[in-house]
Ligand binder design. Sequence first.
Ligand SMILES: Nc1ncnc2c1ncn2[C@@H]1O[C@H](COP(=O)(O)OP(=O)(O)OP(=O)(O)O)[C@@H](O)[C@H]1O
Length: 436
Amino acid sequence: MGPVTLAFLLAALAWALVAGAHLRQRHPVWFWHLTGYPVTALRVVRTWRKVAILTDLTASPRPARGLLGDLVVKGEALRPVAPRISFPKATRTGLSVLVRLHPGQTPAPFIQAADALAHAWKVHAVRVTSPERGLVHLVATAGDPLQKPGLATVKPTLLSALLGICEGGGAWVMNLRKVPHWLIVGATQSGKSTLLARLIVQFAPQPVALVGIDCKGGMELGLFSLRLSALATSRREAVAVLGALVARMHQRMELCRTHDARSIWELPAKLRPVPIVVIVDELAELYLSDGTRESKTEAEKCSTSLLRIVQLGAALGLHVIVAGQRVGSELGPGVTALRAQLAGRICHRVNDPGTAEMTLGDLNKDAVAVAQSITAEEKGVAVCTGTGGGWERARSHLTTVEEAHKTAATYGHLTPELLDLRKALYDLVVRRDAGQ
Ligand SMILES: Nc1ncnc2c1ncn2[C@@H]1O[C@H](COP(=O)(O)OP(=O)(O)OP(=O)(O)O)[C@@H](O)[C@H]1O
């Protein structure tokens, strides 16, 4: 090889490296389609049989026992057959494979083998779902898209909030018209309050009343006080606000009954009351009692009112979003009933397996395992339900204090007046000043 050819080859290599780096940064999806996908697809096809055998995903056409003269011989089948797979199809962030199950096979061993598949295919994660009987869908994500999340775009609709991005690259949306009440769980510093802030930023421009209950002295939700129709910063205030909301709920019931409507959405637009979203930061502050009669009574009142709102409120335009570090029965007898009514679940990093189990366990076992694997560095990362595919890993958009102030100032004039709630809070002040 002459020096000119060598120089040309080196220049071409250097150009390819620079172009590759540019493509990877500017057009990661193209980069994946041109480079990562072909290699990974070939790896999937080449390793499938071996991986299937090692992870017990095969079936044997012959029984694993036979007769040798008068002896029954038990042992491994000679030729285990791996289930058939489709050719891997490229997705924006990885690839997907459809597996046709052998008769007698179920998706369960595939869910257990997901980690082994991710290692064999050298991808970040493999998700297993079963879109129809006899089929298993394996979705592999090449890298972790939540490391440097961008922000997806969606058309804004009433009572829906774009929270961040899902692992599959789609938008993470909370839609209260579809799932009316939500539970957000996570250890301290896992990202709960940031998620609540994001929710308020998203609901602030909408014709929606926002009511805050932040018994940590209003430190988190107080940032948005200009856009909140009421803010309770202690449990005493929470009792008053929740009581007023229950009374308001009964008025709405009567209004619907008078107009033969089964929900506020069936009422004529000019009669329809404004939807109310109640946001509770740190549930435990409402339930825990120091043993005194007064604190027990307050906790019971909070528990009863919250439960009534989540049981009856959805059709009446009352929605509840509750955040807390734990949601176990140790907080009080009402918590388990409340949790059962909060159909939407979001689980950030947790300190103990029990909390992840309580938050997601009734939905999907492998969602629990994924929630437990969220590390302390992955702030804002959570496993969420209600995304269409059962559950998904997602990361919220980081809302800064400046953004919170700006939102409250910009949309403060849209705050609906809920005079009964304000009056309930005012009466408390009057009673306190009167020494009652
Ligand atoms: N989506 C995110 N992306 C990047 N950083 C985040 C994200 N969400 C939260 N954080 C960071 O994590 C830290 C803790 O977040 P946050 O206060 O929301 O946690 P928390 O669960 O409410 O904690 P606590 O229970 O102690 O109030 C914040 O400093 C914030 O900057």
